[in-house]
Design a protein around this ligand. Structure first.
Ligand SMILES: [Mg+2]
Length: 412
Protein backbone atom coordinates (compact mmCIF):
# COMPACT_ATOMS: atom_id res chain seq x y z
CA UNK A 1 0.00 0.00 0.00
CA UNK A 2 2.35 2.70 -1.27
CA UNK A 3 0.83 6.04 -2.27
CA UNK A 4 1.31 6.13 -6.00
CA UNK A 5 -0.86 9.04 -7.09
CA UNK A 6 -2.36 12.10 -5.40
CA UNK A 7 -4.80 14.34 -7.27
CA UNK A 8 -6.48 17.52 -6.05
CA UNK A 9 -9.90 17.85 -7.69
CA UNK A 10 -11.74 21.19 -7.71
CA UNK A 11 -15.37 21.14 -8.77
CA UNK A 12 -18.29 23.55 -8.39
CA UNK A 13 -21.63 21.77 -8.97
CA UNK A 14 -23.79 23.74 -6.50
CA UNK A 15 -20.78 25.36 -4.77
CA UNK A 16 -16.98 24.92 -4.75
CA UNK A 17 -15.52 21.70 -3.37
CA UNK A 18 -11.87 20.64 -3.04
CA UNK A 19 -11.24 16.89 -2.86
CA UNK A 20 -7.99 14.96 -2.46
CA UNK A 21 -7.88 11.57 -4.16
CA UNK A 22 -5.08 9.18 -3.23
CA UNK A 23 -4.34 5.99 -5.17
CA UNK A 24 -2.04 3.21 -3.94
CA UNK A 25 0.22 1.00 -6.03
CA UNK A 26 -2.19 -1.90 -5.46
CA UNK A 27 -5.08 0.14 -6.89
CA UNK A 28 -6.98 1.24 -3.76
CA UNK A 29 -8.31 4.80 -3.74
CA UNK A 30 -9.19 7.12 -0.88
CA UNK A 31 -10.97 10.48 -0.78
CA UNK A 32 -10.58 13.43 1.60
CA UNK A 33 -12.51 16.72 1.75
CA UNK A 34 -10.35 19.89 1.80
CA UNK A 35 -13.07 22.50 1.21
CA UNK A 36 -12.55 25.82 3.02
CA UNK A 37 -15.52 28.05 2.22
CA UNK A 38 -14.48 31.26 0.42
CA UNK A 39 -10.74 30.39 0.56
CA UNK A 40 -10.83 27.14 -1.43
CA UNK A 41 -7.82 27.75 -3.69
CA UNK A 42 -5.44 28.37 -0.80
CA UNK A 43 -5.92 24.75 0.31
CA UNK A 44 -5.54 23.58 -3.30
CA UNK A 45 -2.13 25.26 -3.43
CA UNK A 46 -1.13 23.95 0.02
CA UNK A 47 -1.93 20.43 -1.12
CA UNK A 48 -0.64 20.54 -4.72
CA UNK A 49 2.49 22.58 -4.10
CA UNK A 50 3.56 21.36 -0.66
CA UNK A 51 1.83 18.13 0.45
CA UNK A 52 1.38 15.97 -2.66
CA UNK A 53 5.17 15.80 -3.31
CA UNK A 54 5.65 14.56 0.28
CA UNK A 55 3.00 11.84 -0.02
CA UNK A 56 4.18 10.03 -3.13
CA UNK A 57 6.05 6.86 -2.15
CA UNK A 58 4.82 6.86 1.48
CA UNK A 59 3.20 3.83 3.13
CA UNK A 60 -0.58 4.48 3.04
CA UNK A 61 -1.06 2.29 6.14
CA UNK A 62 0.84 4.73 8.41
CA UNK A 63 -1.98 7.17 9.21
CA UNK A 64 -0.81 8.50 12.59
CA UNK A 65 2.79 8.81 11.42
CA UNK A 66 1.69 10.72 8.30
CA UNK A 67 -0.47 13.03 10.41
CA UNK A 68 2.41 13.81 12.79
CA UNK A 69 4.83 14.23 9.88
CA UNK A 70 2.59 16.75 8.06
CA UNK A 71 1.76 18.66 11.26
CA UNK A 72 5.26 18.85 12.75
CA UNK A 73 7.44 19.04 9.64
CA UNK A 74 5.65 22.18 8.35
CA UNK A 75 6.97 24.05 11.42
CA UNK A 76 4.06 26.56 10.96
CA UNK A 77 1.32 24.81 12.88
CA UNK A 78 -2.47 25.00 13.00
CA UNK A 79 -4.66 27.38 11.00
CA UNK A 80 -7.63 26.53 8.78
CA UNK A 81 -5.63 26.07 5.56
CA UNK A 82 -3.03 23.74 7.08
CA UNK A 83 -5.56 21.74 9.08
CA UNK A 84 -7.99 21.32 6.15
CA UNK A 85 -5.11 20.02 4.01
CA UNK A 86 -3.99 17.57 6.73
CA UNK A 87 -7.63 16.52 7.24
CA UNK A 88 -7.99 15.63 3.57
CA UNK A 89 -4.90 13.40 3.67
CA UNK A 90 -6.03 11.80 6.95
CA UNK A 91 -9.56 10.95 5.75
CA UNK A 92 -8.26 9.63 2.40
CA UNK A 93 -5.87 7.31 4.30
CA UNK A 94 -8.68 6.09 6.62
CA UNK A 95 -10.83 5.46 3.51
CA UNK A 96 -8.00 3.36 2.01
CA UNK A 97 -7.37 1.45 5.25
CA UNK A 98 -11.05 0.60 5.67
CA UNK A 99 -11.28 -0.54 2.03
CA UNK A 100 -8.18 -2.72 2.55
CA UNK A 101 -9.85 -4.21 5.63
CA UNK A 102 -13.09 -4.75 3.67
CA UNK A 103 -15.22 -2.88 6.21
CA UNK A 104 -17.03 0.43 6.60
CA UNK A 105 -14.79 2.93 8.42
CA UNK A 106 -16.94 3.05 11.57
CA UNK A 107 -16.12 -0.63 12.17
CA UNK A 108 -12.39 0.16 12.15
CA UNK A 109 -13.02 3.00 14.61
CA UNK A 110 -14.51 0.55 17.12
CA UNK A 111 -17.95 -0.23 15.70
CA UNK A 112 -21.35 1.39 16.10
CA UNK A 113 -22.31 2.97 19.45
CA UNK A 114 -25.90 3.64 18.28
CA UNK A 115 -28.27 2.68 15.48
CA UNK A 116 -28.25 6.10 13.77
CA UNK A 117 -27.26 9.74 14.20
CA UNK A 118 -29.78 12.38 15.28
CA UNK A 119 -29.54 15.30 12.82
CA UNK A 120 -30.84 18.84 12.86
CA UNK A 121 -31.96 20.93 9.89
CA UNK A 122 -32.12 24.69 9.31
CA UNK A 123 -35.51 26.40 9.36
CA UNK A 124 -35.66 30.12 8.67
CA UNK A 125 -38.08 32.91 7.88
CA UNK A 126 -38.09 36.68 7.70
CA UNK A 127 -41.47 36.71 9.52
CA UNK A 128 -43.17 34.13 11.73
CA UNK A 129 -45.57 32.58 9.13
CA UNK A 130 -42.64 31.88 6.79
CA UNK A 131 -40.60 30.47 9.67
CA UNK A 132 -43.47 28.20 10.78
CA UNK A 133 -43.83 26.88 7.19
CA UNK A 134 -40.10 26.18 7.12
CA UNK A 135 -40.27 24.28 10.45
CA UNK A 136 -43.19 22.19 9.11
CA UNK A 137 -41.30 21.43 5.88
CA UNK A 138 -38.36 20.15 7.91
CA UNK A 139 -40.61 18.01 10.09
CA UNK A 140 -42.12 16.53 6.91
CA UNK A 141 -38.59 15.73 5.69
CA UNK A 142 -38.11 13.76 8.90
CA UNK A 143 -36.06 16.21 10.99
CA UNK A 144 -36.53 15.65 14.72
CA UNK A 145 -34.44 18.66 15.76
CA UNK A 146 -34.51 22.08 14.10
CA UNK A 147 -32.37 25.21 14.09
CA UNK A 148 -34.41 28.42 14.15
CA UNK A 149 -33.13 31.59 12.41
CA UNK A 150 -35.41 34.61 12.09
CA UNK A 151 -35.47 38.01 10.43
CA UNK A 152 -35.11 41.03 12.72
CA UNK A 153 -37.35 44.12 12.26
CA UNK A 154 -35.36 46.94 10.66
CA UNK A 155 -32.63 44.69 9.20
CA UNK A 156 -32.85 43.77 5.50
CA UNK A 157 -30.23 41.07 4.84
CA UNK A 158 -29.00 38.95 7.74
CA UNK A 159 -27.29 35.61 8.20
CA UNK A 160 -29.38 32.49 7.81
CA UNK A 161 -32.51 33.94 6.22
CA UNK A 162 -33.48 33.09 2.64
CA UNK A 163 -35.03 35.64 0.27
CA UNK A 164 -36.24 35.40 -3.31
CA UNK A 165 -33.89 38.15 -4.53
CA UNK A 166 -30.91 36.27 -3.17
CA UNK A 167 -32.13 32.97 -4.62
CA UNK A 168 -32.07 34.48 -8.11
CA UNK A 169 -28.76 36.28 -7.55
CA UNK A 170 -27.07 33.01 -6.59
CA UNK A 171 -28.07 30.83 -9.57
CA UNK A 172 -30.97 29.15 -7.80
CA UNK A 173 -29.03 28.00 -4.71
CA UNK A 174 -30.98 28.83 -1.52
CA UNK A 175 -29.19 31.43 0.61
CA UNK A 176 -30.07 29.76 3.91
CA UNK A 177 -28.39 26.64 2.52
CA UNK A 178 -25.39 28.43 1.04
CA UNK A 179 -24.43 31.90 2.26
CA UNK A 180 -21.33 32.06 0.02
CA UNK A 181 -22.42 34.01 -3.04
CA UNK A 182 -20.76 33.62 -6.43
CA UNK A 183 -19.14 36.81 -7.70
CA UNK A 184 -16.03 38.95 -7.41
CA UNK A 185 -16.91 40.63 -4.09
CA UNK A 186 -18.49 39.50 -0.81
CA UNK A 187 -22.11 40.54 -0.23
CA UNK A 188 -22.72 43.14 2.49
CA UNK A 189 -25.26 42.32 5.22
CA UNK A 190 -26.80 44.36 8.06
CA UNK A 191 -26.46 44.00 11.79
CA UNK A 192 -27.86 45.54 15.00
CA UNK A 193 -27.28 43.51 18.19
CA UNK A 194 -29.78 45.48 20.30
CA UNK A 195 -32.62 44.95 17.79
CA UNK A 196 -31.73 41.23 17.61
CA UNK A 197 -31.63 40.82 21.41
CA UNK A 198 -35.07 42.46 21.74
CA UNK A 199 -36.66 40.38 18.98
CA UNK A 200 -35.29 36.85 19.26
CA UNK A 201 -36.97 35.78 22.54
CA UNK A 202 -40.38 36.71 21.02
CA UNK A 203 -39.62 34.40 18.08
CA UNK A 204 -38.79 31.46 20.36
CA UNK A 205 -41.89 32.10 22.44
CA UNK A 206 -44.02 31.96 19.27
CA UNK A 207 -42.27 28.80 18.00
CA UNK A 208 -42.77 27.02 21.34
CA UNK A 209 -46.45 28.06 21.39
CA UNK A 210 -46.91 26.72 17.84
CA UNK A 211 -44.86 23.50 18.00
CA UNK A 212 -45.00 22.53 21.67
CA UNK A 213 -42.38 21.82 24.30
CA UNK A 214 -40.81 18.62 22.94
CA UNK A 215 -39.18 19.60 19.63
CA UNK A 216 -35.44 20.20 20.18
CA UNK A 217 -34.68 23.78 19.00
CA UNK A 218 -31.26 25.26 18.24
CA UNK A 219 -30.07 28.76 17.39
CA UNK A 220 -26.88 30.22 15.91
CA UNK A 221 -25.84 33.72 17.06
CA UNK A 222 -22.92 33.51 14.59
CA UNK A 223 -20.19 35.15 16.67
CA UNK A 224 -21.81 38.59 16.75
CA UNK A 225 -22.35 39.37 20.45
CA UNK A 226 -20.20 40.72 23.25
CA UNK A 227 -19.91 38.42 26.31
CA UNK A 228 -22.48 40.38 28.31
CA UNK A 229 -24.91 40.47 25.37
CA UNK A 230 -24.48 36.71 24.92
CA UNK A 231 -25.12 36.18 28.64
CA UNK A 232 -28.32 38.20 28.37
CA UNK A 233 -29.45 36.27 25.27
CA UNK A 234 -28.81 32.90 26.92
CA UNK A 235 -30.78 33.96 29.97
CA UNK A 236 -33.68 35.39 27.95
CA UNK A 237 -33.98 32.14 25.96
CA UNK A 238 -34.04 29.88 29.04
CA UNK A 239 -37.88 29.62 29.15
CA UNK A 240 -37.79 28.07 25.65
CA UNK A 241 -35.44 25.20 26.55
CA UNK A 242 -32.92 25.39 23.69
CA UNK A 243 -30.92 22.29 22.73
CA UNK A 244 -28.07 24.77 22.23
CA UNK A 245 -27.10 28.37 21.60
CA UNK A 246 -24.30 28.34 19.06
CA UNK A 247 -21.33 30.70 18.58
CA UNK A 248 -22.69 33.31 20.96
CA UNK A 249 -19.38 35.27 21.00
CA UNK A 250 -16.40 35.45 18.60
CA UNK A 251 -14.65 32.12 19.14
CA UNK A 252 -11.09 33.42 19.40
CA UNK A 253 -11.53 34.53 23.01
CA UNK A 254 -12.18 31.35 24.98
CA UNK A 255 -12.27 33.30 28.26
CA UNK A 256 -15.41 35.20 27.14
CA UNK A 257 -17.46 32.07 27.78
CA UNK A 258 -16.69 32.22 31.51
CA UNK A 259 -18.81 35.35 31.73
CA UNK A 260 -21.59 33.84 29.60
CA UNK A 261 -21.61 30.65 31.68
CA UNK A 262 -21.87 32.62 34.92
CA UNK A 263 -25.26 34.02 33.86
CA UNK A 264 -27.12 31.33 31.92
CA UNK A 265 -27.91 27.61 31.89
CA UNK A 266 -28.73 27.61 28.15
CA UNK A 267 -26.39 24.95 26.67
CA UNK A 268 -23.55 26.38 24.55
CA UNK A 269 -21.98 25.06 21.35
CA UNK A 270 -18.86 26.52 19.77
CA UNK A 271 -15.92 25.64 17.56
CA UNK A 272 -16.81 25.51 13.85
CA UNK A 273 -13.93 27.91 13.13
CA UNK A 274 -11.51 26.06 15.43
CA UNK A 275 -9.02 23.65 13.96
CA UNK A 276 -7.00 21.98 16.71
CA UNK A 277 -7.37 20.63 20.24
CA UNK A 278 -5.41 23.67 21.43
CA UNK A 279 -8.34 25.94 20.51
CA UNK A 280 -10.51 23.90 22.89
CA UNK A 281 -8.05 23.48 25.75
CA UNK A 282 -9.53 26.05 28.13
CA UNK A 283 -13.21 25.76 27.23
CA UNK A 284 -13.24 21.97 27.61
CA UNK A 285 -11.13 21.85 30.79
CA UNK A 286 -13.24 24.59 32.43
CA UNK A 287 -16.48 23.04 31.12
CA UNK A 288 -17.49 26.29 29.40
CA UNK A 289 -19.29 24.54 26.51
CA UNK A 290 -21.65 21.60 26.05
CA UNK A 291 -21.03 20.75 22.37
CA UNK A 292 -17.93 20.67 20.14
CA UNK A 293 -18.83 22.17 16.74
CA UNK A 294 -15.73 21.21 14.75
CA UNK A 295 -15.99 19.40 11.42
CA UNK A 296 -13.67 16.53 10.47
CA UNK A 297 -12.82 18.62 7.36
CA UNK A 298 -11.47 21.62 9.27
CA UNK A 299 -9.91 19.93 12.29
CA UNK A 300 -7.18 17.69 10.96
CA UNK A 301 -9.39 14.76 10.01
CA UNK A 302 -10.64 11.72 11.89
CA UNK A 303 -7.33 11.32 13.76
CA UNK A 304 -7.33 14.78 15.32
CA UNK A 305 -11.06 15.41 15.83
CA UNK A 306 -11.31 12.08 17.65
CA UNK A 307 -8.58 13.34 19.99
CA UNK A 308 -10.63 16.52 20.68
CA UNK A 309 -13.80 14.50 21.30
CA UNK A 310 -12.08 12.01 23.61
CA UNK A 311 -10.80 14.97 25.65
CA UNK A 312 -14.33 16.44 25.67
CA UNK A 313 -15.83 13.12 26.80
CA UNK A 314 -14.03 13.40 30.17
CA UNK A 315 -16.22 16.45 30.86
CA UNK A 316 -19.52 15.08 29.48
CA UNK A 317 -19.18 17.43 26.49
CA UNK A 318 -20.64 15.96 23.32
CA UNK A 319 -20.13 16.28 19.58
CA UNK A 320 -22.22 18.61 17.40
CA UNK A 321 -20.22 18.46 14.19
CA UNK A 322 -20.49 21.30 11.68
CA UNK A 323 -22.39 20.09 8.60
CA UNK A 324 -23.47 22.89 6.26
CA UNK A 325 -23.31 22.39 2.49
CA UNK A 326 -19.66 23.48 2.34
CA UNK A 327 -18.77 20.21 4.07
CA UNK A 328 -18.64 18.03 0.95
CA UNK A 329 -20.31 14.59 0.85
CA UNK A 330 -16.80 13.21 1.52
CA UNK A 331 -16.47 15.32 4.69
CA UNK A 332 -20.03 14.44 5.73
CA UNK A 333 -19.39 10.71 5.28
CA UNK A 334 -16.27 10.97 7.46
CA UNK A 335 -18.33 12.77 10.13
CA UNK A 336 -21.01 10.06 10.08
CA UNK A 337 -18.50 7.23 10.55
CA UNK A 338 -16.85 9.08 13.45
CA UNK A 339 -20.19 10.05 15.00
CA UNK A 340 -21.46 6.48 14.88
CA UNK A 341 -18.32 5.12 16.57
CA UNK A 342 -17.78 7.59 19.45
CA UNK A 343 -19.66 7.33 22.74
CA UNK A 344 -20.12 11.09 23.24
CA UNK A 345 -22.02 11.81 20.02
CA UNK A 346 -24.55 14.63 20.54
CA UNK A 347 -26.16 15.70 17.26
CA UNK A 348 -25.12 16.16 13.61
CA UNK A 349 -25.87 19.29 11.54
CA UNK A 350 -27.32 18.17 8.21
CA UNK A 351 -28.13 20.24 5.13
CA UNK A 352 -28.84 17.96 2.16
CA UNK A 353 -26.71 18.71 -0.90
CA UNK A 354 -28.22 19.52 -4.30
CA UNK A 355 -28.77 17.03 -7.15
CA UNK A 356 -25.69 18.19 -9.09
CA UNK A 357 -23.45 17.70 -6.05
CA UNK A 358 -24.92 14.27 -5.40
CA UNK A 359 -24.18 13.26 -9.01
CA UNK A 360 -20.51 14.25 -8.60
CA UNK A 361 -20.18 12.50 -5.22
CA UNK A 362 -22.03 9.16 -5.19
CA UNK A 363 -22.89 8.27 -1.60
CA UNK A 364 -24.11 5.31 0.43
CA UNK A 365 -25.26 7.11 3.59
CA UNK A 366 -28.93 6.86 4.52
CA UNK A 367 -31.43 9.35 6.01
CA UNK A 368 -34.26 7.50 7.64
CA UNK A 369 -36.77 8.59 10.26
CA UNK A 370 -34.64 11.55 11.37
CA UNK A 371 -31.45 9.50 11.68
CA UNK A 372 -28.35 9.43 9.48
CA UNK A 373 -26.26 6.29 8.93
CA UNK A 374 -23.03 6.07 6.89
CA UNK A 375 -23.93 2.74 5.24
CA UNK A 376 -22.04 -0.54 4.95
CA UNK A 377 -19.78 -0.05 1.92
CA UNK A 378 -16.08 -0.65 2.72
CA UNK A 379 -14.28 2.67 3.30
CA UNK A 380 -16.19 5.91 3.85
CA UNK A 381 -18.76 5.03 1.18
CA UNK A 382 -18.31 7.89 -1.31
CA UNK A 383 -17.19 7.65 -4.95
CA UNK A 384 -16.09 10.69 -6.94
CA UNK A 385 -17.29 10.79 -10.57
CA UNK A 386 -14.47 12.67 -12.31
CA UNK A 387 -16.46 13.15 -15.55
CA UNK A 388 -19.30 14.80 -13.63
CA UNK A 389 -16.83 16.83 -11.56
CA UNK A 390 -15.16 18.06 -14.76
CA UNK A 391 -18.40 19.69 -15.92
CA UNK A 392 -18.26 22.31 -13.14
CA UNK A 393 -15.11 24.49 -13.03
CA UNK A 394 -14.25 26.57 -9.96
CA UNK A 395 -16.37 29.72 -9.58
CA UNK A 396 -15.19 32.58 -7.36
CA UNK A 397 -17.43 32.93 -4.32
CA UNK A 398 -17.21 34.65 -0.95
CA UNK A 399 -19.01 34.46 2.37
CA UNK A 400 -20.80 37.76 3.19
CA UNK A 401 -19.67 40.34 5.76
CA UNK A 402 -21.58 42.65 8.13
CA UNK A 403 -21.76 46.41 8.52
CA UNK A 404 -23.58 48.25 11.30
CA UNK A 405 -25.93 51.17 10.46
CA UNK A 406 -23.05 53.66 10.87
CA UNK A 407 -20.86 51.72 8.42
CA UNK A 408 -18.63 49.90 10.93
CA UNK A 409 -17.56 46.41 9.85
CA UNK A 410 -18.94 43.89 12.37
CA UNK A 411 -18.42 40.16 12.97
CA UNK A 412 -20.40 38.08 10.45
MG1 LIG B 1 -22.68 28.02 12.99
Amino acid sequence: MIIDRAEVVVTSPDRNFVTLKLTTDDGLTGLGDATLNGRELSVVSYLRDHVVPLLLGRDAARIEDTWQFLYRSAYWRRGPVTMAAIAAVDVALWDIKAKAAGMPLYQLLGGACRSGLLAYGHASGKELPELFDSVREHQEQGFRAIRIQSGVPGLVNIYGIASNARFEANAGVRYDHEPAQRGALPAEEDWDSRAYLRHLPTVFEAVRNEFGPELPLLHDAHHRLTPIQAARLGRSLEPYDLFWLEDCTPAENQEALRLVRRHTVTPLAIGEVFNTVWDYQQIIREQLIDYVRSAVTHTGGITHLRRVLDFAAQYQIKSGMHGPTDISPVGMAAALHLGLAIHNFGIQEYMPHGAKTNAVFRQTFTWDNGLLHPGEQPGIGVDLDLDEAGKYPYAQAYLPFNRLADGTVHDW
